[in-house]
Design a protein around this ligand. Structure first.
Ligand SMILES: [Zn+2]
Length: 477
C-alpha cells in the first residue's frame, strides 16, 4: 500500500464539512423517524415508500432527477445517477437499504423511532443498520452536487467536476426479508440501478478494538443461507401408552443431532483475515486466531470460548457451515401422542458449499433410520458471495481507512449473515461492506445490529463521511 496520497476531502474547507456533517446527523435522525419496518406493520404499511420519497425529495433539492420504484404497494426503492465524464470506466455504486427490523419498544430506554440524541449518540432502529450509512452516502452525493453547482453545472445532466465515472446512488426496500420487493427485483428488472465496477454497502469498515488494536474488517464475503422445513413422521396414539415413534420424541432427536457444531473449514478469505489479525494482535489473541487457523474443531470450540462471547459467536460461525433449529411445531392435546412434527432449520453456508451438499450433510447427521422418517423441503436459498480480497477497490478502501486513522488495521472479512450483495455480486459487481465508522473501543457494534437501544455515535458518523467521500472521489477520479 502507498501512503501519503492527497486526500480529496482536504480540499473542502471547515465550513463545508461542518455543514455536511450537520446535514448528515439531521438526515440520519429524519430517516429513523420514518418507520420503515420490515415486515411492514398494518398501522404503517408504507414506511419504505415514505423513506424512499423523503430521500427523493432531498435528491431533487440537490439538483438531481431521482426515480422511485414501488414493485409492491408501499415498498419503495430510490435511485439517482450522477454523471462523470465517462473516461474512467464503469460506474461506482453507493448501495444501501431503507428497511429496518421491528423494535420491541418496551425494552428500549429511548423510543426506537424518535431518534433521540443522548450522550453523543443517535438512538433508534436503523442507526447502524443502516440509516446512518444511507445518510452518509447521501452526504457524499450532496457534496458532489454542491461541487457541480459551484462550477455552474446542472447536477442532473452535466458531469460532476472531477468525476471520471458515474456514481450510482441506490437505496432498496426489503433487504431484511429476502429482497423480493427490493434488490432481488431491481437486479432482475432494473439492473441499471446496480451495474457498476464496484459497490460499497453496509457492515464493514467499522473500527473494532481488540486488545488495544483498531481492526477495520472490510466485508468481502458473506455466507449463504438454506432454510429447510423438516416434516417428521411418527405414529399417532394415546398418551397413556408412550411410543418411541412419538413425532415429538423423534423431532427432539433430529434437533439434537443437527444442532451440534460441524467440522471446521477455513475459506481463503477467513485464512487471510485470521493471518492478518493474528499478525496485528498481541500473543493471547494471536494464539487464539492461529489455533482457529489450524482448522481443528477442538480449537474452534475451546479457543473461541476464550475470547469475548460476541466475537466467539461470530468466529464459530465463520469457520464452518452452521445449522440453527429455529422453529418447532407439534402436538394437539396433552393425552394425544403426535404423529407429525415440523422442525424449521436455518443453515448458513460457507463459500464453496452447495445446496446438495447441505442436504447430504443433513442426512448424514441424522443417520439412515432417522432420515427415513424425515421429509426435507427447501424454503429459501441464497448463495454465498465473495468479492476480490485484493485488487484496486479493496486496496483503495483499506488505504483510505489508514489515511484517516493511521493506527487502523484493515482486514478482508466475511460476515455470517446476508446483505443485498447477494444480488449485486452475481451481476458481476464487486461489493464491499464498507460503512466507515471509527467507534469508541468499548462500543459493542455487533450487538447493535437488530439489538435493543441500537445507536450510533455522532463522532463516528462525522469521521465516516470524509472517508466515504475520499473513497468515492479516488475511485472515480
Ligand atoms: Zn442491514
Amino acid at each position: 500500500m502507498t501512503t501519503g496520497m492527497a486526500l480529496p476531502s482536504a480540499e473542502l474547507d471547515g465550513a463545508t464539512w461542518r455543514e455536511a456533517t450537520d446535514r448528515l446527523v439531521e438526515t440520519t435522525c429524519d430517516l429513523i423517524r420514518i418507520r420503515s419496518v420490515n415486515p411492514p406493520p398494518v398501522e404503517a404499511p408504507d414506511g419504505e415508500l415514505l423513506a424512499a420519497r423523503h430521500i427523493a425529495d432531498l435528491l431533487v433539492d440537490a439538483g438531481l432527477r431521482p426515480e422511485v420504484l414501488e414493485p409492491v404497494p408501499g415498498r419503495g426503492s430510490v435511485h439517482a445517477r450522477l454523471r462523470g465524464d465517462g473516461s474512467g470506466g464503469e460506474p461506482f455504486l453507493l448501495l444501501s437499504h431503507l428497511d429496518v427490523v421491528p423494535a420491541p419498544v418496551e425494552r428500549w430506554t429511548h423510543d426506537p423511532f424518535a431518534a433521540d440524541l443522548a450522550d453523543g449518540y443517535v438512538y433508534g432502529r436503523g442507526a447502524v443498520d443502516m440509516k446512518g450509512m444511507v445518510a452518509m452516502e447521501l452526504g457524499v452525493v450532496r457534496l458532489l452536487t454542491d461541487a457541480a453547482r459551484a462550477a455552474g453545472r446542472d447536477p442532473a445532466s452535466d458531469p460532476i467536476p472531477g468525476l471520471r465515472r458515474d456514481v450510482l446512488f441506490t437505496c432498496t426496500a426489503d433487504e431484511e426479508a429476502g429482497a423480493t420487493a427490493g434488490a432481488r427485483w431491481i437486479a432482475e428488472h432494473r439492473p441499471d440501478w446496480l451495474l457498476a465496477a464496484g459497490a460499497v454497502n453496509e457492515c464493514g469498515g467499522v473500527a473494532t478494538t481488540v486488545a488495544g488494536r483498531r481492526l477495520y474488517p472490510i466485508q468481502v464475503a458473506e455466507k449463504g443461507y438454506a432454510a429447510y422445513r423438516i416434516g417428521v413422521r411418527g405414529t399417532w396414539g394415546h398418551g397413556s401408552m408412550p411410543r418411541d415413534d412419538n413425532a415429538v420424541v423423534l423431532a427432539a432427536e433430529v434437533i439434537r443431532r443437527l444442532a451440534v457444531p460441524g467440522p471446521v473449514r477455513i475459506t481463503p478469505v477467513m485464512e487471510r483475515f485470521l493471518e492478518r489479525a493474528a499478525a496485528a494482535l498481541p500473543p493471547p489473541a494471536a494464539t487464539i486466531l492461529r489455533g482457529l487457523m489450524s482448522g481443528s474443531p477442538e480449537h474452534a470450540e475451546t479457543l473461541a470460548a476464550a475470547c469475548d462471547p460476541m466475537y466467539a459467536r461470530a468466529l464459530r460461525a465463520l469457520v464452518r457451515d452452521t445449522i440453527s433449529p429455529d422453529v418447532v411445531h407439534a402436538g394437539v392435546k396433552y393425552n394425544v401422542i403426535p404423529g407429525d412434527a415440523e422442525v424449521v432449520i436455518d443453515c448458513r453456508i460457507l463459500p464453496g458449499t452447495t445446496e446438495p451438499e447441505v442436504r447430504a450433510m443433513l442426512l448424514e447427521r441424522l443417520g439412515a433410520a432417522l432420515a427415513a422418517v424425515c421429509e426435507f423441503e427447501l424454503i429459501v436459498f441464497g448463495s454465498p458471495v465473495e468479492s476480490p480480497a485484493d485488487g484496486p477497490l479493496f486496496e483503495l478502501l483499506a488505504q483510505t481507512i489508514v489515511d484517516h486513522d493511521p493506527e487502523a488495521i484493515p482486514l478482508p472479512a466475511m460476515v455470517p449473515f446476508a446483505t443485498d450483495a447477494k444480488f449485486t455480486v452475481p451481476l458481476g459487481v464487486p461489493t464491499y461492506g464498507f460503512s466507515p465508522l471509527r467507534l469508541d473501543p468499548e462500543e459493542r457494534f455487533l450487538e447493535r445490529f437488530h439489538g435493543v437501544d441500537e445507536r450510533v455515535s455522532v463522532e463516528a458518523l462525522r469521521w465516516g463521511l470524509p472517508v466515504l467521500y475520499d473513497v468515492t472521489r479516488r475511485f472515480c477520479g
